[in-house]
Design a protein around this ligand. Structure first.
Ligand SMILES: *Cc1c(COP(=O)(O)O)cnc(C)c1O
Length: 220
């Protein structure tokens, strides 16, 4: 399967899942996750007209996108992996949306850097819905306080929530939980669902789905 065909097929699945959920497919955005993919694959997606991509590491994202960004002014890059505060400067310069805001120190660093660069980027708060030790994200019990800190004290533009469900749990439980939290906070965007489960995520309200292997094939 080619990247072009994969994109068409996923778009069809998005249409169908949206219809089944009585939603509009234009409200569901496909973030093509290009981590560990070849430049050839990335260019194939760009040639097919795709413009929304996700990367989980700042350095790899720079390698993939620094040059292409000037060629494609309508490109949108989402950071979907953990961000260290010493990489905030590079991240704010390169990305258009930060999906992995998950601690106060990072919120402050991002707010300062966005001011400095005059790039007030939309942010998502990553929620560790499964409360897994090793996983990034704010735990649900701290979400309200953290949201207020980000929105009020740091004046960050918080647009939604993001989660990565535990590998061995039914993802729908976590998608439903994330949707409930977003509803309580009045946030309209939900980044949830990957190659294996994006249809369930759409059924539960995803507005951004993050699909890597489904678009590009297996990673290097
Ligand atoms: C890699 C990655 C994805 C994409 O996963 P696939 O299973 O390849 O679709 C989505 N979200 C995050 C945070 C990732 O790191």
């Amino acid at each position: 399967m080619s990247v072009t065909n994969n994109l068409i097929q996923i778009q069809n699945q998005i249409e169908k899942s949206a219809q089944d959920a009585a939603r509009q497919s234009k409200d569901i955005h496909l973030v093509a996750v290009s981590k560990k993919q070849s430049i050839e694959h990335i260019k194939a997606a760009l040639d097919a007209g795709h413009r929304l991509f996700g990367e989980n590491r700042v350095q790899e994202a720079q390698e993939h996108w620094s040059d292409l960004k000037s060629q494609y002014p309508d490109l949108q890059l989402h950071l979907i992996g953990p961000l260290q505060t010493n990489k905030v400067k590079e991240a704010v310069a390169l990305f258009d949306v930060i999906e992995t805001l998950d601690r106060k120190k990072l919120a402050r660093a991002l707010a300062d850097e966005m001011k400095k660069q005059d790039r007030p980027l939309p942010c998502f708060i990553q929620v560790n819905t499964g409360e897994e030790e090793q996983k990034a994200g704010i735990i649900p019990a701290e979400l309200n306080d953290f949201y207020n800190f980000c929105a009020d004290e740091c004046a960050l533009d918080i647009q939604g929530l993001m989660c990565i469900p535990p590998a061995d749990d039914p993802p729908a439980l976590h998608f439903a939980l994330l949707a409930k939290f977003a509803g309580e906070l009045g946030l309209k965007h939900l980044s949830m669902g990957m190659s294996a489960d994006f249809e369930k995520a759409i059924a539960l309200g995803a507005t951004y789905i993050r699909v890597g292997t489904g678009v590009f094939g297996a990673r290097d």
